[in-house]
Design a protein around this ligand. Structure first.
Ligand code: NAD
Length: 299
């Protein structure tokens, strides 16, 4: 019987882990925040109060953490999970982190005979809840085959992108597109307001024209046109602006390291950095519209 330790029970991790529970996997969750553990157990999950207890009998570890820092600390830092986990266990990291950290942790795991895949996701909290996430996976063919059934229990599209780190590379590029397109859509709505163009009309035109994109038609940053978008709920996340800033910085850092010009991505990162510095990092990333136009349309 597989025992899964699921580490990181936040906006994404909790609903993902609950989908595994619903498919009858034996899951023990862990989160450093007591409140996250409490809501996970209230929703039907089982949580350990200490990391060591969560991993004790696990032969599969899934991580859904804010950044590479937490992943490194769990596996290589004070907790040194790499040393403590059962021999033969499979490690699946679903967090969005940088490629070098992924490869460093995977290399340390390999030294101990443990297989690891990076499997970051796209699809947001709704996708996590509905089990419709897209997983972008990096790792060996064998590790991919071992991870696939679990990923299928949490997602709809499971794409093997290449060797370890390839999933994170795909995720970094995807979110760079998302960050830039959300900035463009938000600025276009602010411009429409200033030009006296009704928001519904811009939506009607752009959603059926060449301006069509996911940031507009699935996640519209102004209230109204897409009833399920966070704009209709005071921009509660969803996907926090601080997380988008992290992802854009991953893209900018990778571009610098490889000498790739990324002017648009860098500008989008700057916008999100300003938004976060203004104390708006906890809003959904589509709250960028509110940052750009804090006082509503000009009358
Ligand atoms: P979140 O902040 O809601 O959840 C992260 C959780 O990890 C928190 O509950 C936190 O307490 C916990 N945590 C931090 N350090 C820990 C540790 N050492 N051990 C155990 N738990 C620890 O974030 P989220 O929105 O769930 O995002 C998680 C990851 O998924 C991020 O890397 C993010 O970029 C990525 N992601 C998020 C979305 C989204 O829509 N929210 C979409 C795709 C990818």
């Amino acid at each position: 019987m597989l025992r899964v330790a699921f580490l990181g029970l936040g906006n994404m991790g909790a609903p993902m882990a609950l989908n595994l529970v619903a498919r009858k996997y034996d899951v023990i969750g862990f989160d450093v925040q007591q409140s996250s553990r409490a809501s996970f157990t209230a929703a039907g999950g089982q949580a350990a109060a200490h990391l060591a207890d969560a991993i004790e009998d696990a032969n599969l570890v899934i991580t859904m953490l804010p950044s590479g820092r937490e992943l490194k600390s769990i596996y290589l830092g004070e907790h040194s999970l790499i040393e403590k986990i059962k021999a033969g266990a499979l490690l699946i990291d679903c967090s969005t982190i940088d490629v070098p950290t992924t490869r460093k942790v995977a290399h340390a795991a390999e030294q101990r005979g443990l297989a690891m895949v990076d499997a970051p996701v796209s699809g947001g909290t709704m996708g996590a809840k509905n089990g419709t996430l897209t997983f972008m996976v990096g790792g060996t063919d064998l590790a991919f085959l071992r991870a696939e059934p679990l990923l299928t229990a949490m997602g709809k599209n499971i794409i093997h992108c290449g060797q370890i780190g390839a999933g994170q590379a795909a995720k970094t590029c995807n979110n760079a597109i998302l960050g830039v397109s959300m900035a463009a859509v938000s600025e276009a709505f602010a411009l429409a307001d200033s030009l006296g163009l009704a928001r519904e009309k811009l939506f009607e035109v752009a959603s059926t024209s060449s301006g069509q994109c996911w940031a507009l038609t699935s996640y519209c940053p102004v209230p109204g046109p897409v009833p399920t978008s966070p704009a209709n709920g005071d921009y509660a996340p969803g996907f926090a602006a601080s997380m988008m800033l992290k992802d854009l910085r991953l893209a900018v850092d990778a571009a610098h390291a490889h000498g790739v010009p990324t002017a648009a991505i860098s500008q989008a990162a700057e916008l999100y950095a300003l938004m976060v510095a203004r104390g708006m990092g906890g809003l959904d990333f589509s709250g960028l519209f509110q940052f750009i136009e804090p006082n509503g349309p000009k009358k």
